[in-house]
Design a protein around this ligand. Structure first.
Ligand code: BDP
Length: 710
């Protein structure tokens, strides 16, 4: 308790530091979307706030309100001992005063995490069924103030997904797989004796956008995470996160019974193995009574799994699910599986999982990446969504920019997430988008969930690029409400992170909204994908051919460029991946004339002089798209320059320098791809477009140094 009080004290101190930092013009981004402390003049301020009782969560609410309101209104606003007119009242049905301020059944629809904001009897009221709901309501109110909105007359909010989870791909040695913001936040060597105050800031940031779960370690899991030594460390993190409503989950290695427990096998049907897991789960819950469950990557990219013992994914998942069920734990079983076979990689997860539909326990959720390949700048949605109708599915989005310029490129992913969530699957006729397939609307799943692979590290600004914070933010906001428009989230984030200056917000939200499309243009336009270098996944290497490497890890597997044309024929005359979709998508995707151009080369191999809808040939259009991508980044740079003075100097300079890198690398992508594909198309780059600034031979010699990007 003393320790918690101390931590809260530290949090308060930090909050004060943020205000000061702003005024000295040095803002390193540590304060995330709490950076902007402009005074909320437009809103009426409460005379104080009232909330009953004591608990860790109530203490957090008190500190957030006391700080937040006092900073925003420039006058001290305190917790009061009595309810009076003009006050902000926070209340749950368990509170003593509930009967006076809540009608019976008023909060029924809000479930556990929802909240109600209402104006009543001259008071502003935040009500929720749980303390965590109150905390979410508090953050929502503060967000309204920070974004210049009024307290609503009545607003009910309830999350679309029950579990809104971050997946950290963090290793126990503090390296981060596909992490570009320093080292892992988790200082395993210091835990549990030293608990860094940053963990609390992390939990706060998550709670402020409604994220309520975190998988601490990499899906390529080290069995050691389940050792007694590490479980004590995990417990200490869970204790910090609990009052923020953030549950801890772990990635497990399927062969832990053998590797950690010393058993002769990890066969999921073996009695000893079953018992080993039961005991392990019991030991976890003894330390962490609200532990969330396991995330499992099995029989994927060389990791062990049930198939090593002739068992199915369902048998493996169910064994773990049975061990977790008595404690209400869940298993998130990943569908990211593919092998170097003759079969198109994009079809494999579907082929492997669909036959298992209906065989999973109720507390198993199959976690499916948004696209059928792997987090490319653009992919169509995975056809498992909508097809697997008797299994709970959860989307896995990638917040970290593995294939989108790491933390060097400004790429707002709100638009990518939305494109996926809004994509109509046609599983039950028109208007059955991925979002309603996975949020329980269409299939009435008992648990609903969504995951985002985190982009967070030990860098002072958490995400490496100041604008990459917006992707963490947008993921959380969409996990809460996938109906929010991407531009609204961008504007919200800009206002809270920088300034509410309308010119700034308008201009920079336009940049953010265009940024992902620009990246698709300069990296992988018209449905191209997987053109990056091997291993690091950073720069362009469409020519990459590593002797002995798996063909499905090489770009040529995907672009299939030759003198006849370019693209992967996944139509009925090719791999027939189009058949995995429901009609009308199936027939649209199957026909190059009807296929949306953004997926053209995903589904078709077409001649260089194939005519597109705008009358240009495929080769010419590729040249245009690549050039447009570069031009878009130039515009982003110009717009940012006009923002000088509107934001603090430190973040201004840091973003400016990242944009310079992005521009350089956008033209690197354009030149590499166009010059390489030109060796097949044998056609000139249209004279009206900028000339390449590189030589193909020089680009091929470039060696990418990962050290500078971690
Ligand atoms: C790929 C990453 C790899 C991950 C894998 C996964 O390149 O590092 O381990 O996905 O999701 O995107 O398991």
């Amino acid at each position: 308790m003393i320790c918690k009080k101390l931590m809260l004290g530290v949090a308060l101190l930090l909050a004060v530091t943020f205000v000061n930092a702003q005024s000295t013009d040095k803002v390193d981004g540590y304060a995330l979307w709490f950076s902007n402390t402009e005074v909320a003049t437009a809103a009426t301020h409460p005379t104080g706030f009232y909330l009953e009782g004591k608990s860790d969560t109530r203490a957090i609410i008190t500190a957030e309100l006391q700080d937040g309101l006092s900073n925003l209104f420039g006058t001290e606003i305190k917790r009061q001992r009595k309810v009076s007119k003009g006050i902000l009242l926070l209340i749950t049905p368990q509170d003593k005063l509930a009967a006076n301020y809540l009608k019976s059944g008023e909060l029924d629809k809000l479930e556990e995490d929802g909240f109600l904001l209402k104006k009543e009897n001259g008071m502003m009221v935040i009500a929720a069924n749980t303390e965590i709901g109150l905390l979410y309501g508090t953050f929502h109110y503060l967000r309204l103030l920070r974004t210049g909105e009024q307290f609503p007359v009545r607003l009910e909010e309830r999350p679309k997904f029950d579990r809104r989870i971050l997946n950290h791909w963090d290793n126990l040695d503090r390296t981060v797989e596909r992490g570009y913001a320093g080292r892992s936040l988790w200082q395993w060597d210091e835990l549990p004796s030293k608990v860094d105050e940053r963990y609390q800031e992390y939990a706060k940031a998550n709670a402020s956008v409604g994220i309520n779960g975190t998988v601490l370690n990499n899906v390529n899991a080290n069995p050691m995470i389940l050792s007694e030594e590490y479980l004590i460390k995990v417990k200490s993190l869970a204790d910090v996160f609990r009052p923020y409503g953030l549950k801890v989950y772990l990635s497990i290695n399927f062969s832990s019974p053998a590797q950690l427990g010393g058993l002769p096998t990890s066969d999921p049907l073996d009695e000893q193995v079953i018992e080993w897991w039961q005991q392990k789960v019991a030991a976890i819950y003894k330390e962490i009574p609200d532990f969330g469950g396991f995330l499992v990557k099995a029989n994927s990219e060389g990791l062990p799994g049930p198939q090593d013992f002739g068992r199915t994914h369902a048998e493996g998942a169910n064994m773990l699910a049975d061990a977790l069920a008595p404690y209400h734990g869940i298993v998130m079983w990943r569908a990211f599986v593919y092998n170097p076979t003759e079969e198109d990689r994009a079809k494999q997860a579907y082929n492997e999982f669909l036959p298992l539909d209906g065989q999973f326990r109720k507390n198993v959720i199959v976690q499916v990446k948004n696209g059928p390949v792997d987090f490319q700048p653009r992919e169509p949605f995975s056809p498992l969504f909508g097809r697997m109708q008797n299994t709970t599915l959860m989307p896995e989005l990638q917040v970290t920019q593995e294939y989108l310029g790491f933390s060097n490129h400004l790429v707002y992913l709100g638009t990518l997430f939305k494109e996926f969530l809004d994509a109509d699957t046609y599983a039950k006729g028109r208007n059955t988008p991925v979002s309603s397939i996975s949020d329980g609307t269409v299939f009435k799943d008992s648990i609903t969930a969504i995951a985002g692979v985190a982009n967070i590290g030990s860098d002072p600004n958490w995400c490496g690029h100041h604008f990459a914070q917006s992707n963490w933010y947008a993921y959380g906001r969409l996990a809460w409400n996938h109906q929010l428009p991407a531009h609204k989230i961008a504007a919200e984030w800009l206002k809270q992170t920088f300034t509410t200056d309308q010119q700034f917000v308008n201009a920079m939200s336009r940049v953010m909204m265009e940024s992902r499309e620009a990246t698709v243009n300069y990296m992988t336009p018209l449905g191209l994908h997987h053109l990056m270098g091997w291993g690091h996944h950073y720069g362009p290497e469409p020519w990459c051919a590593v002797p002995g490497a798996r063909p499905d890890w090489m770009p040529s597997y995907y672009h299939k460029a030759d003198i006849n044309g370019i693209g992967f024929n996944r139509s009925s005359t090719g791999s027939n991946a189009t058949a995995q979709y429901f009609d009308p998508l199936k027939s649209m995707y199957d026909n190059p004339q009807l296929c949306p151009e953004e997926y053209l080369l995903w589904f078709h191999h077409l001649p260089w002089d194939y005519t597109l809808h705008n009358g240009k040939t495929l080769w010419t259009e590729l040249c245009y798209r690549y050039s447009e991508g570069v031009d878009q980044v130039k515009v982003f740079q110009d717009v940012w320059r006009t923002m000088k003075g509107k934001v603090d100097e430190q973040r201004y300079q840091e973003v400016e320098s990242k944009l310079e890198t992005q521009l350089k690398e956008a033209s690197w992508w354009r030149d590499a791809c166009l010059l390489y594909f030109q060796t097949f198309s044998q056609q000139p780059i249209p004279s009206e477009l900028a000339r390449p600034v590189h030589q193909l031979e020089d680009l091929k010699k470039l060696k990418f140094d990962m050290k500078h990007h971690n």
